[in-house]
Ligand binder design. Structure first.
Ligand code: NAD
Length: 368
């Protein structure tokens, strides 16, 4: 394998790539450790039939920057297991336990959940090697999706960014794309700060009400297994219309690249809080910057989940996790938006420079 397979390779990393093949159980998996200057790498395991080492390497780099920006004593890494997440439970357990056994001595990597993984999978890894985050509560875990760690962090980022965008939260209207673990809690916590939810979408379509949707009502409806478009408290519309909804805050919390050069000019919001990873293309981020739309990049705004995982790993409690999320995301959002304003650069450029400075400084203290 040459480094072009991986897509990125520079002075930061990757520092180690482990390719695991176990023919007896037909396991194929990879771990990419990007950089461990700040400490052992924390990053999720993605289980998908089409996961590649290049994708895992890009996600590992994102974790290096996210963990450094959040001031965690952890570097960045990520893993991929090739397989359908919907495999029969016994087969999935066999693959995950075999994967865990294969990484038992790779102590620079602390695995966590990503797409296709849940707390139960983390419990199997815990049983094999004891080194994991995202555990069930009975094993000392802090269930980050249940408590809404990432959505809470987005709301904190929103509070700070509102003043940069000239948005008054008490009069603001928000639209949330992707009413799942991140989107639901972002809406809930922002609603507690006075923001009105006027539109939300899931993979099947969107629902809109200019006077405001009931957040609790919509959560109950969604958790009842119904599509948002059937919600009686609003009118349904096509999912791709969400981007042009008249609102002040727009929250992508679903898929990558949903704001791009073809649709970003339809955006009416003055503030974008990136809940999803890489939800906007470079062109879209540059356009937002040019138009004066304040855009808080993913690895600053959505760091609540990994901060929670890190607090869990170090034996902290749920209350401590929420306090650290609040403190770190408040400080980072403010710093990044101040630098972007001062240097007239995009918030992402400011955030990457800030995170890289922290990794570079940590690298000075390392012998190897
Ligand atoms: P989730 O599966 O709980 O929710 C995703 C939601 O998006 C679902 O409601 C789904 O129906 C909807 N969706 C899918 N495709 C859509 C589309 N094209 N248009 C509109 N909605 C669509 O996932 P999640 O955990 O909330 O993660 C959402 C995003 O946030 C992902 O990009 C994830 O990587 C990122 N993220 C999650 C966390 C976390 O703590 N869960 C932390 C950081 C980043």
């Amino acid at each position: 394998m040459d480094m072009t397979t991986v897509g990125i390779a520079d002075e930061l990393g990757p520092s180690k790539i482990l390719w695991i093949r176990q023919s007896r159980v037909a396991l194929e998996a990879f771990v990419v450790i990007d950089n461990v200057a700040c400490g052992p790498a924390i990053g999720g395991i993605r289980m998908a039939a089409d996961v590649t080492v290049g994708e895992v390497a890009r996600l590992a780099r994102a974790m290096t920057l996210k963990n450094a920006a959040a001031g965690l004593p952890h570097g960045g890494g990520k893993a991929g297991i090739v397989g359908e997440p919907s495999l029969p439970a016994a087969r999935k357990e066999q693959l995950i336990r075999t994967f865990a056994h294969a990484i038992r001595e790779l102590t620079e990597y602390i695995p966590g959940p990503d797409m296709g993984m849940n707390e139960e999978c983390m419990a199997w890894i815990h049983d094999e090697i004891g080194r994991v985050v995202g555990l069930p509560r009975v094993l000392g875990g802090i269930p980050l999706d249940e408590i809404g760690a990432t959505g809470f962090g987005l709301a904190v980022a929103g509070e700070v960014a509102a003043s940069f965008a000239g948005v008054n939260l008490n009069e603001a209207r928000m639209a949330v794309q992707g009413f799942g673990a991140v989107g639901i809690h972002a809406a809930r916590f922002l609603c507690q700060r006075g923001v009105r939810l006027v539109a939300a979408s899931d993979s099947r379509g969107a629902v809109f009400n200019a006077d405001g949707l009931s957040v609790e009502g919509l959560i109950a409806h969604k958790q009842g297994g119904h599509p948002l478009t059937d919600f009686s408290g609003g009118i349904s519309m096509a999912g791709d219309e969400l981007v042009g909804v008249d609102c002040d805050i727009w929250i992508p919390a679903a898929r990558p690249d949903v704001l791009n050069d073809k649709n970003v000019s339809r955006l009416k919001a003055r503030l974008v809080l990136q809940g999803a990873n890489i939800p906007a293309t470079n062109e879209a981020e540059t356009w937002m910057h040019t138009m004066g739309i304040v855009n808080v990049p993913d690895f600053i705004a959505n760091a609540g989940g990994v901060i929670c995982a890190s607090v869990e790993y170090h034996g902290g409690t749920q209350i401590q996790a929420m306090a650290v999320i609040e403190e770190r995301i408040r400080a980072n959002t403010s710093e990044v938006l101040e630098i972007a304003r001062r240097d007239n650069c995009t918030p992402r450029e400011a955030a990457v420079a800030m995170a890289r400075r922290r990794v570079d400084e940590a690298m000075q203290y390392r012998k190897y």
